[in-house]
Design a binder for this molecule. Structure first.
Ligand code: GLU
Length: 447
């Protein structure tokens, strides 16, 4: 196969689906050499089959806001690939959600889930519903209306949604309540990220951020470095950024900047526990403003409007917000300010030329599908606990999360080691995930 030829065909077939094409291109470039050493993959047309989702459900969601007005949004579930297990992946509620965005996320999820060592296929879903400024009652009504359509597509052994941007524990609660009512099924394993009193795994809320820091620890150790005293700049203040800030601080690093769509808060002495707790308040306020941190802690945090976290001098950058949030100019600025490591925690958080810049300038870089896989991995652990009707304690979940992140790092090293000895984590993650899914598809025949 030739990446350029396949990309040309895909671009013609899916015009305007920029994020989806970007995600596919990155994976194809990484796996091209390995793929071409396997004529059996080519004969089975594995690539052509793997880049298209198994199916996409699209539906209309109509609900009533607090003013009594009738609102309509679009909802989707993209069931991407089930070669290694039932469909698994989050739901994103964000005004910019399109089929292209969910296809890129479902595609990425397929390889990420393969890296976790757990038997999960890839999926993604969501809606162009904008949670910013919505009341709790509106969020509930929207979630209920969304589930009126989604429930027929999902099931604990079929497709298991979870959270993503705009969908956290509160939304999963409302979604599950409606699912039960419609399906008359009481198996909590149909969704993950649930409350801990009704089937949710301990540590699931923290898991993406914790896993990202465990991965970062391994990456640093591989390069004879550690987290102690290192300055970290991160973007976002949702669930993922919160978990990352918490674990980074616990492991001895200093989070010196967090950013939001409105600007950046510099925190020269490092984020405190009280400030980390406040990130959760900011998230659930649905205001989407990082300035609130500086208003609440004026002596500790300084807000600058319109700037990203990447303008603040740091050792390690952790993009934790949204795809393509770190551009080439940001990578250059980080480098000139002394940053030497970037672990992508958001899905496809760095633009392709920013990644190339990092790699060409000796900055350690690891991609989201490896770094953030601890979230979905802990969802997998939640499914296991639900299926066994038991719950593990925090030590047990943390131990398993640790060992999964270690295994993901090992897979990146094994498949990403280049002839000159350096490790290309992008290649490593893509090849490791790809080989597993490709092999499973081959063994299951032409379907
Ligand atoms: N949305 C998360 C991700 O991007 C978690 C998905 C899940 O837990 O199913 O991996």
């Amino acid at each position: 196969m030739k990446t350029a030829t396949i990309m040309q065909q895909l671009a013609a077939k899916h015009p305007g689906e920029a994020e989806y094409l970007e995600a596919v291109q990155e994976v194809l470039e990484s796996v091209e050499d390995v793929y071409n050493q396997h004529p059996e993959f080519e004969k089975a047309r594995i690539i052509e089959r793997m880049v298209e989702p198994d199916r996409i459900f699209t539906f209309r969601i109509t609900w009533v806001n607090d003013q009594g007005e009738v609102c309509t949004n679009l909802g989707y579930r993209v069931q991407f690939n089930s070669a290694i297990g039932p469909y698994k992946g989050g739901l994103r509620f964000h005004k910019a959600v399109t089929p292209s965005m969910l296809k890129f996320l479902g595609f990425e999820q397929t390889f990420k889930n393969a890296l976790t060592t757990l038997p999960m296929g890839g999926a993604k879903g969501g809606s162009d519903f904008d949670p910013v400024g919505k009341s709790d009652a509106e969020i509930m009504r929207f979630c209920q209306a969304f589930m009126q359509e989604l429930w027929q597509c999902i099931g604990p052994d079929q497709d298991i949604p979870a959270g993503d941007v705009g969908v956290g524990g509160r939304e999963i609660g409302y979604l599950y309540g409606m699912y039960k009512k419609l399906a008359r099924q009481y198996n909590t394993g149909v969704l993950t990220g649930k409350g801990s009193t009704w089937g949710g795994s301990i540590l699931r809320p923290e898991a993406t951020g914790y896993g990202a820091l465990y991965f970062t620890e391994h990456l640093l150790a591989q390069h004879h470095k550690d987290l102690q005293g290192k300055r970290i700049a991160l973007s976002g203040f949702g669930n993922v950024a919160w978990g990352a800030a918490k674990k980074a601080t616990e492991l001895g690093a200093k989070v010196i900047a967090i950013s939001g769509p409105d600007g950046v808060c510099e925190i020269p002495d490092g984020i405190t526990q009280e400030m980390i707790d406040y990130m959760l308040v900011m998230r659930s306020s649905n205001r989407n403003r990082v300035e609130d941190m500086a208003t609440r802690f004026p002596e500790k945090a300084k807000f600058t409007a319109g700037q990203k976290a990447w303008t603040v001098p740091c050792d390690i950058a952790l993009p934790c917000a949204f795809q393509n949030e770190l551009a080439l100019e940001d990578a250059q600025q980080l480098h000139s300010n002394g940053c030497w490591c970037c672990c992508e925690v958001s899905n496809m958080g760095c633009q392709p030329d920013a990644i190339r810049y990092f790699q060409q300038n000796g900055i350690l870089f690891a991609p989201g599908k490896a770094v953030n896989a601890g979230g979905v991995a802990t969802s997998g652990l939640e499914m296991t606990q639900n299926a066994e009707h038991i719950s593990w304690d925090a030590e047990e979940v943390d131990r398993r999360l640790h060992s999964i992140m270690q295994s993901i790092h090992e897979q990146c090293v094994r498949f990403g080691k280049q002839q000159d000895g350096h490790i290309d984590y992008v290649k490593g993650a893509n090849i490791a995930g790809f080989m597993k899914v490709a092999q499973a598809m081959l063994e299951q025949g032409t379907i």
